[in-house]
Ligand binder design. Sequence first.
Ligand code: ADP
Length: 183
Amino acid sequence: MNIAQKIELRLGDITKVDVDAIVNAANSSLMGGGGVDGAIHRAGGPDILEGCRAIVARQGGCKTGEAVITTAGKLPARFVIHTVGPVWQGGTKNEQTLLANCYRNALLLAIKNECRSVAFPNISTGVYRFPLAYAAEIAVNTVWEVLSHTNQLDKVILVCFDAASYYLVEQALVALKKEKNNN
Ligand code: ADP
C-alpha cells in the first residue's frame, strides 16, 4: 500500500470536498451543533437532520467512538458519516482509543456502503480540545491500519481547517511514511 497515493492532505472546508462520504464530528445527540457539524448541516440542508432523527428514533443517538450514516443532502458527497469523538480529559478516560475507534468505525461503515473515497475533519480537535499533534498521529495511524487491510478504498482525504492543523497532520504523515519505510 502506497501511503502517498492513498492518504491526501487538504486545507479547507470539508463541505466542498467531492468524495463518496464525508465524516462529521458530531455529538451523541446527532441533532447538530457548532463547528464542522454546524457547517455540514447548513451546507447539506434539512435532509441530513431528517436522516439523523430516523437513526435517533431507531437506536437513540450515537455513542462516542461509534459511527452512523445518512444522506449528504445537497453536498457534493453521497453520504455523511457521523461519528462522535471523545472530549479530551487529559488522556485519563481512554480518549486515544475512542478517537481511533472513530476513524476505524467511520471507514468500516464507508466500506460497507461501497464508498471508495472518504474525507475526514480533525475529529475532537475543536471544542472537544484533543491535543492536535496527538490527534493527528492517531488519525494517520488508524487510517493507515484500515487502508492496509482493504482494497476497496482508493483515497482518504484529511481535511484541515487551518494552517496549524495542516502542518501537524503533515508531520504525522511524514513520521508514518518513515516508520513504514513507505514513500
Ligand atoms: P469536535 O467537537 O469534535 O472538537 P469541532 O467541529 O469543534 O468538533 O472541530 C473539529 C475540527 O473541525 C476542528 O479542527 C475545526 O477547526 C474543524 N472544522 C471546523 N469547521 C470545518 C469545516 N467546515 N471543514 C473542515 N474542518 C472544519
